[in-house]
Design a protein around this ligand. Structure first.
Ligand SMILES: C[S@@+](CC[C@H](N)C(=O)[O-])C[C@H]1O[C@@H](n2cnc3c(N)ncnc32)[C@H](O)[C@@H]1O
Length: 208
Protein backbone atom coordinates (compact mmCIF):
# COMPACT_ATOMS: atom_id res chain seq x y z
CA UNK A 1 0.00 0.00 0.00
CA UNK A 2 1.41 3.45 -0.93
CA UNK A 3 1.80 6.12 1.76
CA UNK A 4 -0.89 8.17 0.03
CA UNK A 5 -3.46 5.33 0.32
CA UNK A 6 -2.43 4.63 3.91
CA UNK A 7 -2.72 8.31 4.88
CA UNK A 8 -6.08 8.68 3.11
CA UNK A 9 -7.45 5.59 4.88
CA UNK A 10 -6.22 6.93 8.21
CA UNK A 11 -7.92 10.28 7.50
CA UNK A 12 -11.17 8.39 6.80
CA UNK A 13 -10.90 6.13 9.85
CA UNK A 14 -7.91 6.76 12.11
CA UNK A 15 -6.67 3.63 13.85
CA UNK A 16 -3.88 2.38 16.09
CA UNK A 17 -0.76 4.29 17.08
CA UNK A 18 -0.58 6.22 13.80
CA UNK A 19 -4.17 7.37 14.27
CA UNK A 20 -3.68 8.28 17.91
CA UNK A 21 -0.39 10.13 17.51
CA UNK A 22 -0.12 11.38 13.93
CA UNK A 23 -3.69 11.83 12.71
CA UNK A 24 -4.81 13.48 15.95
CA UNK A 25 -2.15 16.19 15.46
CA UNK A 26 -3.03 16.53 11.78
CA UNK A 27 -6.68 17.09 12.78
CA UNK A 28 -5.96 19.38 15.75
CA UNK A 29 -3.58 21.62 13.82
CA UNK A 30 -4.57 21.27 10.17
CA UNK A 31 -8.33 21.45 10.73
CA UNK A 32 -8.37 24.17 13.39
CA UNK A 33 -9.36 27.04 11.11
CA UNK A 34 -12.23 25.15 9.49
CA UNK A 35 -13.50 24.04 12.89
CA UNK A 36 -13.46 27.66 14.10
CA UNK A 37 -15.50 28.69 11.05
CA UNK A 38 -18.03 25.90 11.65
CA UNK A 39 -18.27 26.82 15.33
CA UNK A 40 -19.15 30.42 14.40
CA UNK A 41 -21.70 29.28 11.82
CA UNK A 42 -23.42 27.02 14.37
CA UNK A 43 -24.52 30.12 16.37
CA UNK A 44 -24.88 27.99 19.49
CA UNK A 45 -27.62 28.83 21.98
CA UNK A 46 -27.57 27.59 25.57
CA UNK A 47 -30.38 25.06 25.16
CA UNK A 48 -29.48 23.68 21.71
CA UNK A 49 -29.56 19.94 21.06
CA UNK A 50 -26.66 19.29 18.74
CA UNK A 51 -25.25 16.37 16.70
CA UNK A 52 -21.71 16.24 15.38
CA UNK A 53 -20.87 13.58 12.79
CA UNK A 54 -17.22 12.50 12.66
CA UNK A 55 -15.90 14.47 15.65
CA UNK A 56 -12.27 13.25 15.46
CA UNK A 57 -10.41 14.35 18.59
CA UNK A 58 -13.55 16.06 19.96
CA UNK A 59 -12.29 19.64 20.18
CA UNK A 60 -15.33 21.15 18.50
CA UNK A 61 -17.61 19.14 20.80
CA UNK A 62 -15.76 20.52 23.82
CA UNK A 63 -16.04 24.06 22.51
CA UNK A 64 -19.75 23.75 21.74
CA UNK A 65 -20.50 22.07 25.09
CA UNK A 66 -18.91 24.97 26.96
CA UNK A 67 -21.59 27.25 25.50
CA UNK A 68 -24.49 25.08 26.64
CA UNK A 69 -26.73 25.42 29.65
CA UNK A 70 -29.57 22.94 29.39
CA UNK A 71 -28.59 21.83 25.89
CA UNK A 72 -26.60 18.75 24.87
CA UNK A 73 -24.28 17.39 22.19
CA UNK A 74 -24.30 13.88 20.72
CA UNK A 75 -21.20 12.94 18.75
CA UNK A 76 -20.93 9.97 16.40
CA UNK A 77 -17.62 8.64 15.08
CA UNK A 78 -16.79 5.14 13.89
CA UNK A 79 -13.11 5.26 14.92
CA UNK A 80 -12.44 3.61 18.28
CA UNK A 81 -9.16 5.57 18.46
CA UNK A 82 -10.92 8.93 18.03
CA UNK A 83 -13.72 8.02 20.42
CA UNK A 84 -11.19 7.31 23.16
CA UNK A 85 -9.32 10.61 22.55
CA UNK A 86 -12.57 12.59 22.46
CA UNK A 87 -13.81 10.87 25.62
CA UNK A 88 -10.68 11.95 27.44
CA UNK A 89 -11.04 15.56 26.28
CA UNK A 90 -14.74 15.71 27.10
CA UNK A 91 -14.68 13.71 30.36
CA UNK A 92 -16.22 16.49 32.47
CA UNK A 93 -19.01 17.18 29.93
CA UNK A 94 -19.78 13.45 29.68
CA UNK A 95 -19.96 13.17 33.45
CA UNK A 96 -22.43 16.05 33.75
CA UNK A 97 -24.59 14.69 30.92
CA UNK A 98 -23.94 17.49 28.48
CA UNK A 99 -22.08 15.28 25.98
CA UNK A 100 -22.71 11.74 24.74
CA UNK A 101 -20.24 10.07 22.38
CA UNK A 102 -21.29 7.09 20.28
CA UNK A 103 -18.95 4.81 18.34
CA UNK A 104 -20.63 3.78 15.11
CA UNK A 105 -21.34 4.57 11.48
CA UNK A 106 -23.51 7.66 11.34
CA UNK A 107 -25.81 6.10 8.75
CA UNK A 108 -27.12 3.42 11.10
CA UNK A 109 -26.72 4.68 14.67
CA UNK A 110 -30.24 4.86 16.17
CA UNK A 111 -31.12 8.47 17.05
CA UNK A 112 -34.39 10.23 17.71
CA UNK A 113 -35.96 11.83 14.65
CA UNK A 114 -37.01 15.49 14.66
CA UNK A 115 -35.27 16.05 18.00
CA UNK A 116 -32.16 18.11 17.22
CA UNK A 117 -31.79 21.86 16.65
CA UNK A 118 -28.42 21.75 14.93
CA UNK A 119 -25.99 19.35 13.29
CA UNK A 120 -22.49 19.75 11.98
CA UNK A 121 -19.85 17.71 10.22
CA UNK A 122 -16.33 18.89 9.51
CA UNK A 123 -13.99 17.28 6.98
CA UNK A 124 -16.10 14.14 6.87
CA UNK A 125 -18.37 14.56 3.85
CA UNK A 126 -15.58 13.28 1.53
CA UNK A 127 -15.94 9.80 3.03
CA UNK A 128 -19.70 9.33 2.84
CA UNK A 129 -20.48 6.33 0.63
CA UNK A 130 -24.00 7.59 -0.03
CA UNK A 131 -23.92 11.36 0.54
CA UNK A 132 -27.57 11.62 -0.54
CA UNK A 133 -28.70 9.18 2.17
CA UNK A 134 -26.44 10.75 4.81
CA UNK A 135 -27.80 14.25 4.10
CA UNK A 136 -31.41 12.94 4.19
CA UNK A 137 -30.65 11.24 7.52
CA UNK A 138 -29.46 14.55 9.00
CA UNK A 139 -32.61 16.28 7.72
CA UNK A 140 -34.74 13.57 9.36
CA UNK A 141 -33.04 14.01 12.74
CA UNK A 142 -33.43 17.80 12.79
CA UNK A 143 -36.46 19.76 13.91
CA UNK A 144 -38.24 21.89 11.29
CA UNK A 145 -35.92 24.83 10.49
CA UNK A 146 -33.03 22.93 12.10
CA UNK A 147 -29.57 23.97 10.95
CA UNK A 148 -26.91 21.78 9.33
CA UNK A 149 -23.38 23.16 8.96
CA UNK A 150 -21.01 21.25 6.66
CA UNK A 151 -17.33 22.23 6.71
CA UNK A 152 -14.95 21.03 4.01
CA UNK A 153 -11.79 22.00 2.21
CA UNK A 154 -11.60 23.44 -1.25
CA UNK A 155 -11.53 20.65 -3.86
CA UNK A 156 -8.71 22.20 -5.93
CA UNK A 157 -6.56 22.49 -2.84
CA UNK A 158 -7.17 18.88 -1.75
CA UNK A 159 -6.40 17.61 -5.28
CA UNK A 160 -2.86 18.99 -4.95
CA UNK A 161 -2.28 16.85 -1.84
CA UNK A 162 -2.46 13.65 -3.93
CA UNK A 163 -4.99 11.96 -1.70
CA UNK A 164 -6.47 8.64 -2.79
CA UNK A 165 -9.38 9.18 -5.22
CA UNK A 166 -11.07 5.99 -4.09
CA UNK A 167 -11.17 7.22 -0.48
CA UNK A 168 -11.71 10.99 -0.81
CA UNK A 169 -14.63 12.29 -2.83
CA UNK A 170 -14.08 16.02 -3.41
CA UNK A 171 -16.90 18.56 -3.63
CA UNK A 172 -17.42 22.10 -4.81
CA UNK A 173 -19.55 24.47 -2.72
CA UNK A 174 -22.29 24.22 -5.37
CA UNK A 175 -22.32 20.41 -5.14
CA UNK A 176 -22.77 20.48 -1.36
CA UNK A 177 -25.52 23.11 -1.71
CA UNK A 178 -27.28 20.89 -4.29
CA UNK A 179 -26.92 17.80 -2.10
CA UNK A 180 -28.48 19.56 0.88
CA UNK A 181 -31.30 21.07 -1.15
CA UNK A 182 -32.19 17.64 -2.56
CA UNK A 183 -32.08 16.17 0.97
CA UNK A 184 -34.85 18.53 2.10
CA UNK A 185 -33.07 21.65 3.32
CA UNK A 186 -35.48 24.07 1.70
CA UNK A 187 -35.51 27.03 4.12
CA UNK A 188 -32.26 28.61 3.04
CA UNK A 189 -28.78 27.57 2.06
CA UNK A 190 -25.79 29.86 2.30
CA UNK A 191 -22.06 29.35 1.90
CA UNK A 192 -19.07 30.99 3.52
CA UNK A 193 -15.37 30.62 2.80
CA UNK A 194 -12.31 31.68 4.70
CA UNK A 195 -8.68 32.03 3.65
CA UNK A 196 -7.04 32.70 0.33
CA UNK A 197 -4.60 31.26 -2.19
CA UNK A 198 -3.74 27.67 -1.37
CA UNK A 199 -5.55 27.69 1.96
CA UNK A 200 -9.30 28.01 1.56
CA UNK A 201 -11.90 26.39 3.80
CA UNK A 202 -15.60 26.23 2.96
CA UNK A 203 -18.72 25.98 4.97
CA UNK A 204 -22.32 25.47 3.82
CA UNK A 205 -25.14 26.31 6.25
CA UNK A 206 -28.54 24.83 5.40
CA UNK A 207 -31.90 25.19 7.13
CA UNK A 208 -34.47 22.40 6.98
C1 LIG B 1 -10.83 13.72 8.57
S1 LIG B 1 -11.49 13.32 10.16
C2 LIG B 1 -12.14 14.89 10.69
C3 LIG B 1 -12.24 14.99 12.17
C4 LIG B 1 -12.75 16.33 12.73
N1 LIG B 1 -14.11 16.57 12.35
C5 LIG B 1 -11.86 17.48 12.28
O1 LIG B 1 -12.31 18.34 11.54
O2 LIG B 1 -10.71 17.51 12.71
C6 LIG B 1 -12.93 12.39 9.76
C7 LIG B 1 -13.58 11.77 10.98
O3 LIG B 1 -14.86 11.26 10.63
C8 LIG B 1 -15.02 9.95 11.09
N2 LIG B 1 -15.96 9.30 10.13
C9 LIG B 1 -15.81 9.19 8.78
N3 LIG B 1 -16.90 8.60 8.24
C10 LIG B 1 -17.75 8.32 9.27
C11 LIG B 1 -19.02 7.71 9.36
N4 LIG B 1 -19.65 7.22 8.27
N5 LIG B 1 -19.62 7.60 10.58
C12 LIG B 1 -18.99 8.05 11.69
N6 LIG B 1 -17.75 8.63 11.68
C13 LIG B 1 -17.16 8.78 10.49
C14 LIG B 1 -13.60 9.37 11.14
O4 LIG B 1 -13.46 8.31 12.04
C15 LIG B 1 -12.77 10.60 11.54
O5 LIG B 1 -12.66 10.73 12.95
Amino acid sequence: MSFSSYFSEQARKPEGLFGRLVMSSVFNIGNARLNRLVYEMMSIRANDRIIEIGFGTGRLIDRMARRLDGGSVVGIDFSKTMVSLAERRNRAHIRNGRVRLIQGDFIDVPLEKGYYDKACSVNTVYFWDRPDLAAKRVAELLKPRGRFVVGFEDAGQLKKRKLEDGVFRLYSVQEIEGLLFEAGFRNGIEAGSRGSGSSVVNCVVALK
